[in-house]
Ligand binder design. Structure first.
Ligand SMILES: [Zn+2]
Length: 72
């Protein structure tokens, strides 16, 4: 099943093979709630790794990044 995922920031198509993405991407999903202008809206977007790195490089406070202890 093809999902035809594109990076929302740069528009690049993410390569897929047999329904699996051939690269790792950031997947953002937010269900907005009551105290929000966007109440009852559900937002979803994808960022390729390059765009993700560019985005977090602009953060005032860096993302929390830990080493994974085990690879499943
Ligand atoms: Zn991108």
């Amino acid at each position: 099943m093809k999902r035809n995922i594109q990076c929302n920031a740069c528009g690049r198509k993410i390569k897929e093979e047999n329904g699996l993405l051939r690269e790792d991407i950031f997947e953002g999903k937010k269900e907005w709630g009551y105290f929000s202008r966007n109440d009852l809206k559900v937002d979803t977007f994808y960022l390729c790794e390059d765009c993700y790195d560019k985005l977090i490089a602009n953060f005032l406070i860096p993302v929390k990044r830990e080493d994974k202890l085990e690879v499943l």
